[in-house]
Design a protein around this ligand. Structure first.
Ligand code: DGL
Length: 368
């Protein structure tokens, strides 16, 4: 049945599509070395930057659920794309059903808060993935706090992919860095501060500095996120008490362990032990019409843990679930009316079917 999340204190989770979040994690650990951390990189499916809203949301929610299952009460999305596209939806739609006491934080807000004291010209540039730039999250958040600041964004379509591919130091990368910086500055010559709005970009800093004219400040996010997390934990002692303090860090990747370990060692300048993890593991979800006397229907399909949580939560709260799923497993949509209730089985599909088949109160079945 539904997996219970442990209420025991646990590590702080840091998530990114790939290696970029390591730039956030290492700065967080400088500021808050006493805590335990779990890093999760979805390297097998990175980069996220050009993926649709639905896919980034789905992948990010899977990662967040996995980190919760690992015992985290607090998860930092060390990824602008996920912060821009999935954070609000997870906070508003999913957390109340998964566990209203767990928290997910992003990287955009702490970055935006810092901008006011840095820009004198009040013209700011943002470099980010296509997803982050298209979401307009930076201009929206900046204008909420500082309406007088002008913001221009530019999408660097390949930067994160170049980092993921281990090309951060190669000559070819210079070409794209120079081209994208020039494109941003051509939009507004008064820009005096550039936000690196992607956690992969600090890995490219030596090259970025080469092409940004002197006098323009470059803002990377690591320290800001670290300080903001420190502040958050001070303001929320109840969450602080749920975060264990042993100074450890465990790494998980959806890619091959050796590959991650090799690259992570370069980015972190230390050797790390890595574990492989699967995201989007299927769970068997059974939807069952429990009220129609004569024509009960049962639908069974393989879904992910978060889909199970989502549907169950929606049904519990208002008796109606409407879910559209897109992604690797193929697109489908499912609407469940008031007459349906949901069972969530952790057993595999065959076992779940056996359980249903053995229920004598179900007279008619329509199994897939
Ligand atoms: N590092 C991430 C970010 O901050 C994502 C990059 C990507 O996967 O495209 O946006």
């Amino acid at each position: 049945m539904k997996q219970q999340l442990s209420s025991a204190p646990g590590p702080i989770g840091v998530f990114d599509s790939g290696y970029g979040g390591l730039t956030i994690l290492s700065k967080i650990r400088e500021v808050l070395p006493q805590y335990d951390y779990v890093y999760l990189g979805d390297n097998a499916r990175a980069p996220y930057g050009s993926r649709s809203f639905e896919v980034v949301y789905e992948f990010t929610l899977q990662a967040v659920c996995k980190l919760f299952e690992m015992g985290c009460h607090l998860v930092v999305l060390g990824c602008n794309t996920a912060s821009a596209k999935a954070l609000r939806s997870i906070q508003q739609n999913n957390l109340p059903h998964i566990d209203p006491h767990r928290r997910v934080l992003g990287v955009i807000r702490p970055t935006v808060e810092a901008i006011d004291s840095l820009t004198q010209s009040r013209h700011v540039g943002v470099l980010g993935t296509p997803g982050t730039i298209k979401s307009e999250s930076y201009p929206l958040e900046i204008h909420k706090l500082f309406p007088d600041i002008q913001v221009e964004g530019h999408a660097c379509a390949l930067w994160a992919a170049l980092v993921e591919a281990g090309e951060a130091d190669s000559e070819g990368t210079d070409y794209f860095i120079q081209k994208d910086i020039n494109a941003l500055l051509a939009k507004d010559s008064e820009i005096d501060t550039i936000i690196l709005g992607c956690t992969h970009y600090p890995i490219l800093l030596p090259k970025i500095r080469k092409y940004v004219p002197e006098g323009i400040k470059i803002l990377a996010q690591g320290n800001l996120v670290g300080e903001s997390l420190k502040d958050y934990l001070q303001r929320h002692p109840e969450m602080n008490a749920k975060c264990t303090k042993g100074g450890t860090c465990t790494y998980f990747t959806t890619e091959a362990e050796e590959k991650f370990a090799e690259s992570a060692a370069t980015f972190l300048s230390e050797k790390v032990e890595v574990n492989h993890i699967e995201l989007g593991n299927n769970q068997t979800i059974c939807y069952m019409d429990t009220k129609k006397e004569k024509s009960r229907t049962v639908e069974v399909f393989q879904g992910t843990a978060w889909e199970a949580e989502l549907v169950k939560g929606l049904l519990e709260s208002n008796g109606i679930a409407c879910m559209t799923r897109m992604g690797a497993a193929g697109a489908y949509s499912l609407t469940i009316g008031n007459d349906y209730s949901v069972w969530v089985f952790e057993e595999d599909k065959a076992q779940a079917l056996e359980i249903i088949n053995n229920r004598t109160d179900i007279d008619e079945k329509n199994l897939e």
